[in-house]
Write a protein of this length. Structure first.
Length: 339
């Protein structure tokens, strides 16, 4: 496992982290086994992964609880725990510039942090993030969200704080990165959503803001194993039934198949699309850590093989640029697809 500096902190974090949404259960990604999740977390930490990302809303806190069980059993080096607090009310997915005022009241943030600490079984959360960031937060005369996070930091409840940027809106984090107010920004970054590299990443590098790259496999599409029948295997409560509904699924499958052809022409049968997808994220030096979801040791081992310091060749990266395809995950009916 290779490690990277986490922004302007003194942390050295594994370049591959552990995304904790899938282990939250609740049917979001099908059924999960908590004991297998704990075993997978422990195996990940034994193999050098030292950052896990979760949130209060993953399984209504269940992801944090499962991670807490694993932390209780863990006897090794420090594991950096990142969690998130969702806003009191989420804006509609189509709303481009929602109000920030009132979405993160001071007492609400404090209460949610205390509950996360209890579920995780830790005294301090290493990175506490606003699960939705709305740029108007910088315009507020009284930045209650910032004051609350700073108070929690001063009290030792959290070490650093950051934000998670809404899907397909990397530009929302630009001014915040330039201001240098947070330790980290989490953003969707993958072969279909390449735009963060244009302006957000340079701004983060300039200000020393760490970058957590999420959804590296496009919720499973970029692993390359889906077929025309895969959509029908998603259970009614599976979020992928929404993300890929209507013509989104066949369009995704068509683009994935074209991408697999490019990868095969370049690297032959030895180079898989899943490996390329993860290496793509790690090929950008601004990325501090990429956080794929992992449900078992088999998936863990496949991801770990990519942490060998070998970025994708520039020639292949240039060919992959043509697959940039921004989408509104939470409302596939929105016409934001440029292709």
């Amino acid at each position: 496992m290779r490690y990277r500096k986490f922004g302007k902190t003194d942390w050295r974090v594994s370049e591959i982290g552990f995304g904790g949404w899938q282990i939250g259960g609740g049917g979001a990604f099908g059924q999960v086994d908590d004991q297998e999740s704990v075993q997978t977390l422990l195996a990940a930490w034994e193999r050098g992964i030292n950052l896990v990302d979760t949130a209060q809303m993953y399984g209504k806190g269940h992801s944090e609880t499962v991670i807490g069980q694993a932390l209780k059993a863990w006897k090794g080096d420090h594991i950096y725990v990142a969690s998130k607090v969702q806003p009191v009310v989420w804006p509609h997915p189509n709303e481009t510039d929602p109000e920030m005022d009132g979405r993160y009241p001071r007492e609400y943030i404090r209460k949610q942090c205390e509950e996360s600490l209890t579920r995780l079984g830790v005294e301090t959360i290493d990175l506490y993030q606003l699960h939705g960031w709305f740029p108007r937060g910088l315009e507020l005369e009284q930045r209650e969200w910032l004051e609350a996070l700073q108070e929690l930091q001063q009290e030792g409840k959290i070490r650093e704080f950051g934000v998670s940027i809404r899907d397909y809106r990397p530009e929302d984090g630009l001014a915040l990165a330039e201001a240098g107010l947070v330790a980290a920004e989490q953003v969707v970054y993958n072969l279909f959503e390449q735009r963060p590299a244009d302006t957000l990443f340079p701004a983060c590098e300039q200000s020393g803001t760490a970058v957590l790259a999420r959804v590296p496999f496009d919720e499973g599409a970029l692993i390359g194993a889906w077929t025309a029948e895969t959509y029908d295997t998603f259970a009614p409560g599976d979020v992928r039934r929404v993300y890929f509904k209507g013509d989104r699924f066949p369009k995704t499958l068509e683009k994935v198949e074209a991408m697999k052809q490019v990868v095969q022409q370049y690297g032959g049968s030895e180079l898989s699309l899943a490996e390329v997808a993860l290496r793509f994220c790690l090929s950008n030096s601004a990325v501090s850590c990429v956080i794929p979801g992992m449900r078992n040791v088999k998936e863990l081992e496949a991801n770990l093989k990519v942490s060998d310091g070998k970025p994708l060749p520039k020639e292949l990266l240039e060919q992959l640029k043509t697959f940039n395809w921004p989408r509104n995950y939470h409302n596939p009916d929105t016409k934001v697809d440029p292709l």
